[in-house]
Design a protein around this ligand. Structure first.
Ligand code: GDP
Length: 356
């Protein structure tokens, strides 16, 4: 499954955030015998639609979609030259499907800042520079080889031209993601900065209400997504019973934990969406890539469902809720029969028909 790598300079709150995430680890809760790497946290993607579906169908339990985070230690200035845990660090990022940068905004005099002062823009620059340098090295190695291959092979010529374009962007110090470069033609080169980025700004509690600061931080990384949270409070929230957590949240003027936002935005950043199934046993969200067809969606439940796919009975979540029940949605003509070509929409409530 797809993963999001958590990176950031030392002492910015990565471990605090990651520990809070693993307190919400749904894999650990639902599949106690699954082997989970110590640096991987699998968290549920909060989705109130699943609870609503469970009410409509009288389902006994609910199962959310999940998103996996990997704690990647070791970025320091010079990582691209192998400083610190440089090489291991780069290899770990290469295996991630998106990059979540944790940026320190909180100003605790007791917590040393590696660069001597809290400066979010500089820290983003430091991290991006290491990633850009690593990609430049990859391209410097690949381009001479691609030049040779391109003389004989048109497809290689296309890759070469994409690589040369990418090199120009990196030379300007920009990440390929920020420059909007299409990752598809470059895939084989496993570059780092084509991956989607998102940012967690670890702020002080009071700063969560500072509109001016919030918009300036968002603007700093736009069009990438930014999530603002106080990692220390998130860690506390993750350990509290639901009611007390709600009180603490209200106390700091928030409607939902930052971790919930992170899970949702992370999931979307990976290019994923969900469809829903429900019955007396469970109401569940299933993960598919945006653009998946109905048979591909069926294959996520079981490969036999994809192989034997006949059709899918689909109603949108909103219409199902408006109708109040499946039979009522049917009698209103809101339940559609969709075939093999149908492209799934987020929130489709589905029952597959298939041959076994
Ligand atoms: P890492 O090196 O990036 O993994 O950082 P840690 O999670 O170990 O945090 C470094 C120190 O900063 C620890 O003492 C944390 O308790 C503290 N810290 C982390 N997040 C916050 C925060 O949001 N506010 C404050 N004041 N301290 C924090």
């Amino acid at each position: 499954s797809l993963t999001i790598g958590i990176v950031g300079l030392p002492n910015v709150g990565k471990s605090t955030l990651f520990n809070a995430l693993t307190k919400n680890d749904v894999l650990a809760a639902n599949y106690p015998f699954a082997t989970i790497e110590p640096n991987v946290g699998v968290v549920g993607v909060p989705d109130p639609r699943i609870g609503t579906l469970a009410e409509v169908f009288g389902s006994q339990k609910t199962i959310p979609a999940t998103v996996s985070f990997v704690d990647i230690a070791g970025i320091v200035r010079g990582a691209s030259e192998g400083a610190g845990l440089g090489n291991k660090f780069l290899a770990n990022i290469r295996e991630s499907d998106a990059i979540c940068q944790v940026i320190r905004v909180f100003t605790d005099p007791d917590v040393v800042h590696v660069e001597g002062k809290v400066n979010p823009a500089d820290d983003i620059e430091t991290i991006n520079t290491e990633l850009v340098l690593a990609d430049m090295q990859t391209l410097e190695k690949a381009i001479p080889r691609l030049e040779k291959e391109a003389r004989k092979d048109k497809e290689r010529a296309a890759l070469l031209s994409a690589a040369l374009d990418a090199q120009k962007v990196l030379d300007e110090g920009k990440t390929l993601f920020a420059a909007g470069v299409d990752p598809e033609p470059l895939q084989e080169l496993t570059l780092l900065t084509t991956k989607p980025f998102l940012y967690v700004f670890n702020v002080d509690e009071e700063e969560l209400a500072n509109e001016e600061l919030i918009s300036s931080l968002r603007a700093m990384v736009a069009p990438a997504e930014a999530i603002l949270m106080d990692a220390k409070i998130e860690a506390e929230l993750a350990e509290l019973p639901e009611e007390e957590a709600a009180e603490l949240l209200a106390g700091i003027g928030q409607d939902e934990p930052g971790l919930h936002q992170l899970a949702r935005i992370g999931f979307a950043t990976l290019g994923l969406q969900t469809y829903l199934t429900a019955g007396p046993k469970e109401a569940r969200a299933w993960t598919i890539p945006i653009g998946a067809t109905a048979p591909q969606a069926a294959g996520v439940i079981h490969t036999d469902f994809q192989r034997g796919f006949i059709k899918a009975e689909i109603v949108s979540f909103d219409q199902l809720v408006e109708a109040g029940s499946m039979p009522e949605a049917k009698s209103r003509g809101w339940v559609r029969m969709e075939g093999k070509e149908y492209v799934m929409q987020d929130g489709d409530v589905v029952e597959f028909r298939f041959n076994v």
